[in-house]
Design a protein around this ligand. Structure first.
Ligand code: U5P
Length: 428
């Protein structure tokens, strides 16, 4: 099935530049400290050099145009102050009777893909004291990834929000997401918090992470599946976890799967709060620690992958094999090529050229373009399209002089080093 790229319809183009991520926020509901002028003043924002290749340009830009204060504002967590001063109210630290979830069959589930529906949902959420949230994300056909769906459940109803369609409007939910009187329940929010910032400009104040609760309770396993089985006696299947969530209209099965992720979560939250209190004979210390851990996760800041000349090292260090000078050179060149093309075409680096193929090319240093193709199965479309360019990079790497020890090692494997006209030695 051919899925049209959702990025094509985004009103605000995706920013894959090497400029660090700046929060997408221009209104700050529930502020106890106002948003810095950088975000509210359109004029200042417009001056951002969107198309420049940084970090060099970023450095210039910082020096020329901004006071240090502006720069700190730009990269700070917009709700740092509110989160630092958040205290857990008494009612959330004391024992309450768990409220049973409603049977799935009797619960309404709305699909939200218009601004009107979103505004109505926001109104509904303003009136509740807690709701559950989860996201589905796609990371293969996009450089930075795409938040495709947001699931929300109240005690009454489930909602599935098309966060591709409403990408530019979902910031409206900051009104409830940052309201300290409304608890937002997540399971394993680490990635969710970053995705909310990256795609939707959303922040969370007053969050409870059931994954952190499960850890504090030293359960045998900390997955949502496990909690669903233990506490709700429902069998979940993770068949669609890695499905392509960009697909529209959303198939019935995926719709049902997505809603189950939040449908039971408020009940699980109730039960785990009870367990955390029981664990310490009614003392709230352990429960308090889960609120704190959850707050720390809310304080996480999304940061964009920034390319530097050293970026390749992380991946290279994870390899067991030792590259010689030429192989390492090829690896660096391929890594830089892949990063550049991924940003330009808005594709993941894994789509442009998967790690194992990149390593194979660097290792084998094919003499012919056909040899590069032979390292890849199946051949990624952009590799096929740019095989001449790739071949030039491999050739460039082959021109690097090998160290004496590397030549000796190669000779032992049956290769004969070649002496160049200038006397230096060449590998095979
Ligand atoms: N996800 C992964 N790998 C995993 C589990 C989840 O990439 O092993 C991503 C998927 O993109 C999925 C999203 O859409 O996390 C949310 O997962 P869940 O919270 O619905 O389980």
């Amino acid at each position: 099935r051919n899925i049209t790229r959702p990025q094509m319809k985004f009103k605000e183009k995706v920013d894959n530049s090497n400029i660090p991520f700046v929060p997408k926020i221009f209104i700050k509901p529930n502020a106890t400290k106002p948003l810095p002028s950088y975000f509210t003043n359109k004029q200042i924002r417009k001056e951002r050099p969107e198309d420049l290749d940084v970090p060099a340009a970023l450095a210039d830009f910082i020096h020329q145009q901004r006071t240090q204060e502006h720069v700190e504002d730009m990269f700070a967590h917009p709700y740092q102050h509110e989160l630092d001063h958040l205290t857990v109210p008494e009612r959330l630290l004391s024992k309450t009777e768990p409220q049973m979830f409603r049977p799935m069959e009797e619960t309404k589930c709305s699909f939200i893909d218009t601004l009107e529906e979103l505004v109505a949902l926001n109104e509904t959420l303003c009136k509740v004291s807690e709701f559950a949230v989860d996201l589905e994300h796609h990371s293969y056909r996009s450089f930075l990834g795409l938040t495709c769906l947001m699931q929300i459940s109240t005690r009454e109803q489930d909602y599935i929000i098309d966060s591709l369609e409403l990408r530019g409007e979902l910031y409206l939910l900051n009104e409830v997401f940052t309201d300290p009187d409304i608890v937002k329940v997540f399971h394993g929010a680490d990635s969710d918090i970053e995705w909310l910032q990256k795609d939707l400009g959303l922040y969370v104040v007053n969050m409870f992470d059931t994954h952190q609760a499960s850890r504090a309770l030293q359960h045998a396993r900390h997955s949502l599946d496990h909690l669903l089985q233990q506490l709700c006696h429902v069998k979940s299947d993770k068949r669609f976890q890695l499905a392509d969530w960009r697909i529209r209209p959303l198939p019935e099965e995926m719709f049902e799967y997505a809603r189950a992720d939040t449908h039971y979560l408020l009940y699980i939250y109730d039960r785990l709060r009870g367990e955390l209190l029981d664990f310490n004979h009614g003392q709230p210390a352990l429960l308090q620690s889960v609120w704190h851990k959850s707050k720390d996760i809310s304080l996480k800041k999304y940061s964009k992958p920034i390319f530097t000349e050293e970026s390749y090292q992380d991946l290279q260090k994870r390899q067991k094999r030792a590259f010689n000078t030429q192989q390492l050179s090829a690896f660096r060149l391929l890594f830089a090529w892949r990063d550049k093309l991924g940003r330009q075409e808005d594709e993941s680096t894994g789509y442009v050229l998967p790690n194992h193929m990149m390593i194979k090319i660097a290792e084998q240093l094919p003499k012919e373009p056909q040899g590069i193709i032979a390292c890849c199965n199946p051949v990624p479309p952009l590799v096929r399209q740019q095989v001449i360019e790739l071949h030039l990079l491999v050739q460039q790497a082959r021109e690097m002089p090998l160290l004496k020890a590397e030549i000796v090692a190669q000779t032992k494997k049956g290769f004969t080093p070649i002496k160049k006209a200038d006397g230096s030695l060449f590998g095979p």
